[in-house]
Design a protein around this ligand. Structure first.
Ligand SMILES: [Zn+2]
Ligand SMILES: [Zn+2]
Length: 347
């Protein structure tokens, strides 16, 4: 089969590799769509020092079963599936408490295995057993369904924050996840969403996701403006979806007394220290959350939200590319000229 092998230094080599073998209790999928995620972009940029050099990556996958192990009875050849790539072990301290996103033996669908930037992909037995293979909702195209993966992290974040009717929510960042936070906050009843972003091109793309106030944080002070927009109080909820220590520090200054702040985005490993007056958190009675990944339940809910049209994938998926043009797809996403680029390996 054809696959894109990561060679480091922003190079994916499209080449022939052996077909995957169907795992005992697992499946083989014909990959119809595999999204390019922010984490894939970090891998792509990191170069030859990255541990995935020589591997096939890609974890936002939807496709059709072309081989099914007789040791499982959940799925058959021809079934169309969306894959949850956060595959838990099912039995560790965290899994038995329902916090599978923190699994101590996290396998992952693509990390170190064959990922979705390929014509076929092996699905391990644990993914079948622990609810990571979700039937494609009727009428939903494969290249839209993969949005469920990105959305799941947002679903988890808003469950933690308890975003609800009447809230004023600030979202820092207008990448795919920043825009999804805007949609999700509105879906949960937020009265006002304020979005900030330092790249004007991204701010323009963000406009149709529904924030009522858009702030270019390069040309105006976003903290001052958020306070102005909230009667000097600050927002009920502030979500930092920008990988920036400065943005993380600013997020805390944008919250009202008793407000909630979420550090949603990871920070650059070379610059992770946030300079912050701790007394702001103490005296203003703030709660600051971290979050990583999502559970199988939150993934399934996200597939439903996309399948039912409550979250619209059409605004987010701006480009699809065949496997041969995967490097062009990555470059477009890196340049901020596209929101979500989806690779279609069998088109
Ligand atoms: Zn992803
Ligand atoms: Zn576990």
């Amino acid at each position: 089969m054809k696959a894109a092998v990561f060679r480091g230094n922003q190079v994916m080599e499209v080449t022939q590799v052996p077909d995957p073998v169907c795992p005992d209790g697992g499946l083989v999928l014909r990959v119809e769509a595999c999204g390019i995620c922010g984490s894939d972009m970090r891998t792509y940029r990191q170069g030859t020092s990255h541990p995935y050099v020589g591997k096939v990556i890609g974890h936002e996958v939807a496709g059709v079963v072309i081989e099914a192990s007789p040791l499982q009875s959940s799925f058959k050849v021809g079934d169309a599936l969306v894959l949850d790539p956060v595959v838990p072990c099912g039995h560790c301290y965290y899994c038995v408490r329902g916090q599978q996103n923190l699994c101590e033996n996290m396998a992952g669908l693509s990390a170190g295995r064959t990922g979705g930037y390929a014509q076929k992909m092996a699905i391990p037995a644990e993914a079948v057993t622990y609810g990571c293979c979700i039937p494609l909702p009727p009428g939903l195209a494969f290249h839209y369904a993969i949005i469920a993966e990105t959305l799941s992290a947002g679903t988890k974040a808003h469950e933690m924050l308890g975003t609800g009717p009447g809230d004023t929510v600030v979202v820092i960042g207008a990448g795919p996840l920043g825009n999804m936070h805007v949609e999700m906050a509105l879906l949960r009843g937020a009265a006002k969403v304020i979005q900030t972003e330092r790249i004007q091109n991204r701010l323009d793309l963000a406009r149709e996701f529904g924030a009522s106030v858009l702030i270019n944080s390069e040309t105006e002070d976003p903290v001052k403006r958020v306070l102005e927009e909230t009667g000097g109080r600050g927002a009920d909820i502030v979500i930092n979806a920008a990988p920036s220590t400065q943005a993380a520090a600013q997020s805390v200054l944008m919250a009202r007394k008793g407000g909630k702040v979420m550090w949603f985005a990871g920070l650059p490993p070379s610059d992770p220290i946030v300079h912050l007056d701790g007394n702001v958190v103490h005296y203003r009675d703030l709660t600051v959350y971290g979050t990583i990944a999502y559970t199988p339940r939150q993934f399934q809910l996200s597939v439903e939200l996309v399948g039912s049209g409550k979250i619209n994938p059409r605004r987010l998926v701006t480009d699809t590319v065949p496997l041969e043009q995967i490097n062009e797809g990555f470059q477009k996403a890196l340049a901020g000229q596209a929101l979500k680029v989806v690779v279609t390996p069998n088109s």
